[in-house]
Design a protein around this ligand. Structure first.
Ligand code: NAD
Ligand code: ZN
Length: 349
């Protein structure tokens, strides 16, 4: 095996990243080394690249970026008895403590001591990467690496869409970024109808349609609440799924959802949000779910089977594929400009 490898590294506390040659790491106790078969860019990677306030407070350069991955185990560290060389894995990003009150209750997705793979340690934008064995998820051999790497964000979408009944339910999705697009295909595969998507970007509205949205609306040009009422004969949608993090979208969704309907919130808002909670939540008797991370491992089981069922329409969501990391800056800039769905890298041998 090579001793050096290319990696996208956050080298400095400033905008951007660099493609540099680094040593291929050795797996320590409880770790495995994988050969990366596919890896995808997440919004968090973009924040690290842009070096926003959150990244400045959390990331300690130099660090290899990335956390969404599919790879083959090539070396097993001391004490690992759950994985062997040749296993085909992806990785849960949340490294949980297993000891806190949330973990004791089996609620690992809200572990109070969560460390994040690729954020609090080196990540996977490289030819080889270290994965903590406790975070490895085994994939069936036949799963395409470009789908297997999407399982982590798909888990967010699955937890959002499937936190309540969805089959036969009219559904509004606000935001058709990479996560909203994954939400659309999960909702369609699970029998939601009609699926209405509110998204200001024309490029992403077109993608939403390709993925399977029944209706799309531009919330800048048209009132999405009126649009939803027209489509649902004045009833409002049964389910409102928020994937944008836009305060306006939250308010519009709460207005567009039918009384006693379900609301699941994944989008993260840039600031505190103000709205009429009495009339929009309490008197409507809404069921409101906050969604964070993925249920470990229940959500992964669902995600894996949904992919294996062949019912997810993932191909239109993967808008950009790169062989190797040479053009990584182009990829990040396209994503920053909102001109992508998911971007996948296939490292060169
Ligand atoms: P993104 O920024 O790429 O997508 C957001 C989309 O919302 C964009 O396409 C944007 O055009 C659209 N939008 C903006 N204003 C809108 C409005 N008024 N109405 C409708 N749509 C509007 O982000 P993403 O990567 O797809 O992630 C979606 C959200 O999920 C982000 O807020 C992200 O921080 C959050 N997130 C949360 C978790 C969690 O665990 N809770 C995990 C991952 C991501
Ligand atoms: Zn814990």
């Amino acid at each position: 095996m090579a001793e050096k490898m290319p990696a996208i590294v956050k080298t400095k506390p400033a905008y951007g990243a660099e493609l540099v040659e680094v040593d291929v790491p050795k797996p320590g106790p409880g770790e495995v080394l994988i050969r990366v078969l596919a890896t995808s860019i997440c919004g968090t990677d973009l924040h690290i690249y842009e070096w926003n306030e959150w990244a400045q407070s959390r990331i300690k350069p130099p660090q290899i970026m990335g956390h969404e991955v599919a790879g083959e185990v090539v070396e097993v560290g001391p004490g690992v008895d759950t994985l062997e060389v040749g296993d085909y894995i992806s990785a849960e990003t949340h490294i949980v403590c297993g000891k806190c009150y949330a973990c004791q209750r089996g609620q690992y997705h809200v572990c109070q001591n969560t460390k994040i793979f690729g954020v609090d340690m080196d990540g996977v934008f490289a030819t080889y990467a270290i994965v903590p064995a406790q975070n490895a998820w085994k994939n069936p051999k036949g799963m395409k690496p470009e789908y297997a790497t999407l399982q982590e964000p798909l888990g967010n979408a699955v937890d959002t869409v499937l936190s309540g009944p969805i089959a036969g339910r009219s559904t509004l999705i606000t935001g058709a970024g990479p996560l909203g697009l994954l939400g659309i295909t999960v909702a369609k595969a699970s029998g939601a109808y009609p699926v209405i998507v509110s998204e200001p970007s024309e490029f992403r509205r077109e993608l939403a349609k390709k993925v399977g949205a029944d209706y799309v609306v531009n919330p800048i040009e048209e009132d999405p609440v009126k649009f939803v009422m027209d489509v649902t004969d004045g009833k409002g949608v049964d389910v409102f799924l928020e994937f944008s993090g836009a305060p306006k979208a939250l308010e519009q969704g709460l207005k567009a959802v039918t009384p006693a309907g379900r609301v699941s919130l994944l989008g993260l808002f840039p600031r505190e949000v103000t709205f009429d909670i009495n009339n929009l939540v309490i008197f409507k008797a809404l069921e409101v779910h906050g969604i964070t991370g993925r249920h470990i491992w229940n959500t992964w089981i669902t995600v894996s089977r949904l992919i294996q069922s062949g019912k997810l329409n993932l191909d239109p969501i993967i808008t950009h594929k790169y062989r190797g990391f040479d053009d990584f800056e182009e990829a990040f800039e396209l994503m920053r400009a909102g001109k992508t769905g998911k971007v996948v890298f296939f490292p060169k041998e």
